[in-house]
Design a protein around this ligand. Sequence first.
Ligand SMILES: Nc1ncnc2c1ncn2[C@@H]1O[C@H](COP(=O)(O)OP(=O)(O)O)[C@@H](O)[C@H]1O
Ligand SMILES: [Mg+2]
Length: 227
Amino acid sequence: MNNVGTLLKAVDIHKSYAQGTGELEILRGISLEIKEGEAFAILGSSGAGKSTLLQIMGTLDRPNRGELYCEGRDLLAMNDEELSKFRNSEMGFVFQFHHLLGEFTALENVMIPCRVAGENVKEAKEKAQHLLNFMGLFDRKEHYPNQLSGGELQRVAIARALVRHPKILFADEPTGNLDSTTSAKIQDLFFKLKEEMKLALVVVTHDLAFATRFPKVYRMKDGLWQA
Ligand SMILES: Nc1ncnc2c1ncn2[C@@H]1O[C@H](COP(=O)(O)OP(=O)(O)O)[C@@H](O)[C@H]1O
Ligand SMILES: [Mg+2]
């Protein structure tokens, strides 16, 4: 792990699930590096293993075999508590569905990762407000999820993913649930945020038009990179 600028490095990742008497192989030896501030898309048909890979890269799931390093740290040697702390400060996640908590306002939802990390309310609130303003949600901060549109919900979810200034943002089909106009706006927002926050951005998508906006696209098939 001496490569300058490498943030995350996954080596020969295997993942399988027991199925009857045999094994269902989902990832069959995938390697990948994420460099500081880079952006790429991962394309592949349904069932290719994209979400599984993203979850493993993001330490939300563990591989059966393989190695995973972040800036010299061996992530697979960490226990779950160490990992969740690490994840909460270094990585952000956005999914197809927003997963906001319905009983909290947009602002409160964005503050949650800060509160989990032990930041005080005032500091968390300032950061969350700043980010929501940047997202164009200045007048939506006190709204509850059921009072927001699909695009607004996704913007709040993105703010929540970024509020602790992670180095990497992982997004799994982040526009999969949006109409094309809203999708285009969310795509623009990702690229704007990437520049503004100097993030590495990894996006899994079905949308070829979205994928081709990235400087680099990896294609995945049956748990392997496609040549
Ligand atoms: N917990 C699990 N148990 C068994 N099979 C799983 C599990 N999670 C995912 N799979 C299977 O792994 C394959 C890849 O899933 P996934 O990574 O979600 O693919 P993609 O995101 O590319 O559509 C699918 O065939 C799926 O059914
Ligand atoms: Mg998926």
